[in-house]
Ligand binder design. Structure first.
Ligand code: GLV
Ligand code: MG
Length: 326
């Protein structure tokens, strides 16, 4: 272990991150009774410029009037390059004090972006004498943000999670796709010809590097890595496959941009009974090994050692978090 202890952010269940446009009060009301772990009310890209002011009013009303219990409630504020952002922060804290758990900051490019919002939020909270501190969710969705992700992740004590915003990231890096998330058949490997001259096409995941890079920056700073949107809500299998890849890499959850995606993410990011019972067997076997003074033993013909304890504990802790939430 390094001498540096990584401080972990406020723990929250974050299997789903449900995106709801602030301009649509009906959708907001439905979101409050959904099964999403985290709901973010969007003031940014799902809201047209002419609707921004009304959307802010809707969000303030929803924070004050709806029952969000059992959920984490977040507001995606506008970007730092707009004139909407400061008023999003000021109005939400002043007119719905203590109601939002998190602010989601889009298109974070540098650590100074986070610092600037932190300063504004801190001033508003101080002026309102609030003791509950708003946490930050940061979307990594530009080439600049990804290039600076290691400085962005530790930029504020408020930081809780990094999110991969695949749509803006594709635009920013000029990736050749117009879809929101998912694979691209052009990103493939062609195998060498076999004896009969046959060749196979193996699809790759064009987002692998970006997600893996964000996961490492998040985990190295005690934050939750969360995978962003999958635009084709008529393709549940495609959504599930993308969520599964993200979870294998270490993400704790994924955005849902449609209610039909919520159950899929909740299930996929919860450890299965089989995984949990195997993890418990590993912990028992390692406890016995420790009594016998051994650091490594075999279980079902496979080596397990002290690192296996941590892997198994992660799964058991996640299962406890999920069952505590029900
Ligand atoms: C999310 O904001 C995205 O751009 O994918
Ligand atoms: Mg975006």
């Amino acid at each position: 272990m390094s001498f540096k202890i990584v401080e972990q952010c406020t723990p929250r269940l974050n299997r789903t991150e449900f995106a709801v446009p602030g301009s649509n009060p009906k959708f907001i009301e439905k979101a409050a009774s959904s099964k999403a772990d985290v709901v973010f009310l969007d003031l940014e890209d799902a809201v047209a410029p002419d609707d921004k002011v009304q959307a802010r009013k809707n969000v303030i009303a929803a924070l004050n009037d709806l029952d969000w219990s059992g959920k984490t409630i977040s507001v995606r504020i506008n970007g730092l390059d707009t004139h909407f952002m400061y008023r999003d922060v000021v109005d939400i804290i002043e007119q719905a004090p203590g109601k939002a758990d998190l602010f989601m900051i889009p298109k974070v490019g540098t650590a100074a972006d986070v610092y600037a919002v932190d300063m504004l939020v801190t001033q508003c909270e101080m002026a309102m004498k609030l003791t509950k501190r708003i946490g930050f969710e940061l979307i990594i969705e530009t080439a600049l943000g990804m290039a600076n992700v290691n400085e962005i992740a530790p930029a504020s004590k408020r930081n809780e999670s990094l999110h991969f915003g695949v749509a803006d990231y594709a635009a920013s890096t000029k990736a050749r796709t117009t879809k929101i998330g998912g694979p691209n058949p052009a990103y493939h490997v062609l195998t060498d010809a076999d004896d009969k001259g046959g060749r196979e096409v193996h699809w790759g995941d064009m987002w692998h590097y970006a997600i893996a890079r964000m996961v490492v920056a998040a985990r190295a700073n005690g934050l939750r890595p969360i995978d962003g949107p999958f635009g084709d809500f008529s393709d549940p299998e495609g959504y599930k496959a993308q969520a599964s890849r993200a979870s294998v890499l270490g993400c704790e959850g994924k955005w849902a941009i449609h209610p039909s995606q919520i159950d899929i993410a909740n299930e996929l990011f919860s450890p299965s009974e089989k995984e949990v019972s195997q993890a418990k067997r590993i912990l028992e076997a390692m406890e016995q090994a420790a009594k016998e003074g051994k650091g490594a033993v075999s279980l079902d013909g496979r080596l397990i050692d002290i690192a296996s304890i941590k892997q198994a504990q992660n799964l058991v802790q996640k299962a406890e978090q999920v069952s505590g939430h029900k």
